[in-house]
Ligand binder design. Structure first.
Ligand code: NAD
Ligand code: UDP
Length: 358
C-alpha cells in the first residue's frame, strides 16, 4: 500500500487516480489546508471506488505512527507542502515548518515503522538561475530565491544525508518543472482559491470571463518573442513519472534525482496562441513590466529520467491546454449547480496558500 501525503491536492489527486488505475492500494494523508473533502467524490466518480483517507497533518508524529500501524504501507509519496512563492516570502516560518519540518517528521516516522521507500515532490526552483539551457540534474543548486525554494532544497539535503547514513533508504527527489493540465475525464484539476499567480490558472479565468485580461509580465526578455519561457508538463505525465520512479526505487537503494519536464520551452505568447487555437476563445492581453524575481527562461533536460526510468512526457502543449479548459468548464458548471460556496469563498474552504483543488 502507498501513502500519499497531500493526496487531495492538485498533483496528489492525479497521482492517486493513476495509482488506483494501476491496481495499487492507496491511503491519503491531507490536512485539507489547500484542498477540499469533495475531492474524494470526484476521485470516486473517475476511479469507481474511494481511496482510504485520513484527515491529518504530516507534521504530527502521532498521526503518522497511527497510519503506519493501521495500514500495510510499504512506500510513501510525499506531496504535502505549501507552494506559493510570494506567500513564502511573507510567511517564511510557516513554509519551513511545513515543507522542512513536515519532511523531517515524516522521515522519522517512516524509519520508526521500517518503511524506507520515499518519493519526494521537489521543484526546479532549487536550481540556481542558469544562463545555459536545458537544466540537467548536475546543474548548480544552493541559492533559491525564495523561502519556498530554500525549504525544498533543505528538505532535499535532509534526505541526502539520511540516505548516505543508512543504506536501507531508497529515495527519489523529483524536480518538477511547470505542471499544468488536468485529468482527461474533466473531473479533476486545479482550482485556485484566491487570485491565481501562475500563468495557466489566470489565463483560464480570463478565458471564462472571470477576469478582464491576462497580464503578460515582461516582453523585453532575450527570448525570440520577448516573453518568458517555461517547460510546461502535463500533470498526468508527471503522475506517470512518479509511478516509474517508485518502480525504480523498489529495486534500487540510495538517493536518486530526476527532473520531470518535457525538455521543451514555450513562451507566454506561445501558450496564449495555442490556447486560443485549442479553445476557440480569444484572450485579451495587457503587457506589463517584468514580474520581480522572474527568470527569462527555464526548461528541463529530461534525459536522465528517460534513460534510468524509461519515462518521457508525451502529452503536447495543445493536449495540456485542452484538458485544462475542459476541466475549467466542468468545474464552472458544477460550481453553478452545487459548489457555489467554494468559488465565492466560504472561509473554511479557502486558504491563503493560493489554490484549492477540488
Ligand atoms: P496543492 O496545494 O494543490 O497540494 C498540496 C496538498 O498538501 C494540499 O491538499 C494541502 O491541503 C496538503 N497539505 C499542505 N500542508 C500539509 C500538512 N502539513 N499536512 C498534510 N497535508 C498538507 O499543491 P500541488 O500543486 O499539488 O503540489 C504538490 C507538491 O508539489 C507540493 O509539495 C509542491 O511544493 C510541489 N510542487 C508543485 C509545483 C506546482 O507548480 N504545482 C511545482 C513544483 C513542486
Ligand atoms: N506569467 C505572466 N502572467 C501571469 C502569470 C505568469 O506573464 O499572470 C508569466 C511569468 O512571468 C513566467 C511564465 O508566465 O514567464 C510562467 O509563470 P508561472 O508563475 O506560471 O510559473 P513560474 O514563474 O513559477 O515558472
Amino acid at each position: 500500500m502507498i501513502l500519499i501525503t497531500g493526496g487531495m491536492g492538485y498533483i496528489g489527486t492525479h497521482l492517486v487516480l493513476e495509482l488506483m488505475s494501476g491496481g495499487e492500494d492507496v491511503v491519503i494523508l491531507d490536512n485539507l489546508c489547500n484542498s477540499s473533502r469533495s475531492t474524494l467524490q470526484r476521485i470516486v466518480r473517475v476511479a469507481g471506488k474511494a481511496p482510504a483517507f485520513i484527515e491529518g497533518d504530516v507534521r504530527h508524529r502521532k498521526t503518522l505512527d497511527h497510519l503506519f500501524k493501521r495500514y500495510p504501507i510499504d512506500a510513501v509519496i510525499h506531496c504535502a507542502g505549501l507552494k506559493a512563492v510570494g506567500e513564502s516570502v511573507r510567511e517564511p516560518l510557516r513554509y519551513y515548518d511545513t515543507n522542512l519540518g513536515g519532511t523531517l517528521t515524516l522521515c522519522q516516522a517512516m524509519a520508526g515503522a521500517g518503511v524506507f521507500t520515499l518519493v519526494f515532490s521537489s521543484s526546479a526552483t532549487v536550481y540556481d538561475d542558469c544562463a545555459i539551457m536545458p537544466i540537467n540534474e548536475r546543474c548548480r543548486t544552493g541559492h533559491p530565491s525564495s523561502p519556498y525554494g530554500q525549504s525544498k532544497l533543505m528538505a532535499e539535503n535532509v534526505m541526502k544525508s539520511m540516505a548516505e547514513a543508512d543504506p536501507r533508504w531508497s529515495v527519489a527527489l523529483l524536480r518538477y518543472f511547470n505542471p499544468i493540465g488536468a485529468h482527461d475525464s474533466g473531473q479533476v484539476g486545479e482550482m485556485p482559491a484566491l487570485m491565481p499567480n501562475n500563468l495557466l490558472p489566470y489565463l483560464l479565468q480570463v478565458a471564462s470571463g472571470q477576469r478582464p485580461s491576462l497580464s503578460v509580465f515582461g516582453s523585453d526578455y532575450q527570448t525570440p518573442d520577448g516573453t518568458g519561457i517555461r517547460d510546461y508538463i502535463h500533470v498526468m505525465d508527471l503522475a506517470e513519472g512518479h509511478i516509474k520512479a517508485l518502480q525504480a526505487l523498489r529495486c534500487a537503494q540510495g538517493l536518486h534525482i530526476w527532473n520531470l519536464g518535457t525538455g521543451l520551452g514555450h513562451s507566454v505568447l506561445e501558450v496564449v496562441k495555442a490556447f486560443e487555437r485549442v479553445s476557440g476563445v480569444a484572450v485579451p492581453l495587457a503587457f506589463k513590466p517584468r514580474r520581480a524575481g522572474d527568470i527569462a527562461q527555464c526548461w528541463a533536460d529530461p534525459v536522465k529520467a528517460s534513460k534510468e526510468l524509461g519515462w518521457r512526457a508525451h502529452r503536447s502543449l495543445d493536449c495540456m491546454l485542452d484538458d485544462a479548459w475542459r476541466w475549467q468548464m466542468s468545474y464552472r458548471r458544477d460550481a453553478a449547480e452545487v459548489l457555489l460556496p467554494v468559488i465565492t469563498g466560504t472561509p473554511s474552504l479557502t486558504t491563503s496558500a493560493g489554490s484549492l483543488s477540488i
